[in-house]
Design a protein around this ligand. Structure first.
Ligand SMILES: Cc1ncc(C[n+]2csc(CCOP(=O)(O)OP(=O)(O)O)c2C)c(N)n1
Length: 375
């Protein structure tokens, strides 16, 4: 396996010291390494991969050097626009080293949301004329690959991709988490479920939120198909909920969102604000991190979500930091006229043994049947 300090040494030797992007658990240890203070390296976490591609363009324009853009392959789709219309061969020809986590690699067991992109990723790279190597876990070979990548970028002035399989990087020992008296996300979900009736509709976000919600449905023996899990399409849960809310105006539509996911598609707040669905209830779990991919920084520290929601036209927004406050505020939140937001401050951390929801097509079928019974 490739050690982080070996990879760092190789990158330094090739003057690859500027990193930007959105994390992936495939190279979780490299993310942890970058978050530590290593002289000579700069890390600029962005809210989405399209933004990171543009940051790379700016870095190259300002320095002539090659930036490194890290992303999970689910975010690769978000780079297609700037890759073709900003960095691409028919326009500015801007080089960048793409470091792409390969989820859904054919032949390996993987959750549904990763399967298609995992299957087509290398074809997509070919189609985009992006040359690539599959990063070796041997430091010597990895150095040769990076040498080839850098030469290619120098000659062709075009992006080059390093595809990163699971298990290439050696795990780093997890740092102990600072103690926190905030709720866990799972505790918050269980507490919220006490207030969600079978007549309400619920749309949940990517990562572990949907898995924990699924556990809550199972453990509480709630069998109503009033929920839709969005395990992929990061940042899209509030917009799915908006689409439903506008068509089912007599039902309360709740969405369970994460701070990283909301930042990724923050513009959706403006659409919700303009549409003013009075049956729209936005629950935001804010842990200041991308917990589902390993707890990396996600820029939410910079954002006052309550002020943000209000400035986008939400009628109200409230923050709760404890179970008691959640129990007190939730009924008021759920009875208010939407769109409204409840920001639930939570700590990071989740169980390692979370099950995955049932087959997506079953979830969709049951959810649609349920919605069909509502006016
Ligand atoms: C477009 C895209 N980029 C990256 C990912 C990888 N990813 C899955 S979950 C997640 C973190 C979500 O963070 P947040 O919304 O704050 O929820 P948390 O996991 O902290 O509960 C990331 C980065 C993805 N699924 N899709």
């Amino acid at each position: 396996m490739l050690r982080c300090n070996e990879f760092a040494e190789i990158c330094k030797n090739f003057n690859l010291t500027f990193f930007t992007g959105v994390p992936d658990s495939t190279y979780k240890s490299w993310m942890s390494f970058l978050e530590e203070d290593h002289p000579g390296f700069t890390n600029v976490p962005t809210v989405n991969e399209c933004e990171a591609t543009a940051v790379c363009a700016g870095y190259h324009l300002a320095t002539g050097k090659f930036p490194v853009l890290y992303m999970q392959n689910s975010g690769f789709g978000k780079t297609v626009n700037p890759l073709t219309s900003l960095l691409g061969p028919d326009i500015y020809k801007i080089p960048a080293l793409l470091m792409i986590g390969w989820r859904g690699e054919p032949g390996k067991p993987e959750a549904h949301q990763h399967r298609q992109i995992g299957r087509i990723m290398t074809d997509l790279l070919d189609l985009l004329d992006v040359r690539y190597s599959i990063l070796s876990d041997d430091a010597g070979e990895a150095a040769n690959q990076i040498n080839e990548a850098v030469n290619y970028m120098k000659i062709e002035s075009q992006p080059y991709a390093l595809v990163v399989r699971k298990g290439v990087f050696e795990p780093l020992e997890a740092k102990p988490k600072p103690a926190s008296d905030l709720m866990s996300r799972e505790e918050a979900i269980f507490a919220i479920m006490e207030h969600i009736s079978d007549e309400d509709i619920l749309v949940s976000t990517t990562g572990k939120t949907s898995r924990e919600l699924n556990e809550a449905y199972q453990q509480l023996e709630r069998t109503t198909a009033n929920k839709f899990y969005n395990p992929g399409a990061m940042g899209c849960a509030p917009s799915i909920a908006l689409g439903v809310a506008l068509q089912k105006p007599h039902s309360c539509v709740f969405t369970m969102d994460g701070d990283g996911a909301l930042l990724m598609q923050m513009g959706a707040l403006a659409t919700i604000g303009i549409q003013q669905p009075s049956n729209y209830y936005h629950i935001l779990f804010d842990n200041n991190a991308h917990e589902s991919t390993g707890g990396q920084i996600n820029n939410s520290d910079a954002v006052d979500f309550r002020a943000l929601a209000k400035s986008c036209g939400y009628k109200d927004a409230t923050i709760v930091r404890s179970k008691d406050a959640l129990a007190e505020e939730f009924p008021k939140f759920a009875e208010a006229d939407g769109p409204v937001m409840l920001v639930v401050k939570i700590r990071t951390g989740s169980r390692p043994d979370l099950s995955r929801p049932e087959e997506p097509l079953e979830i969709k079928r049951k959810f649609m049947e349920h919605l069909d019974t509502l006016s």
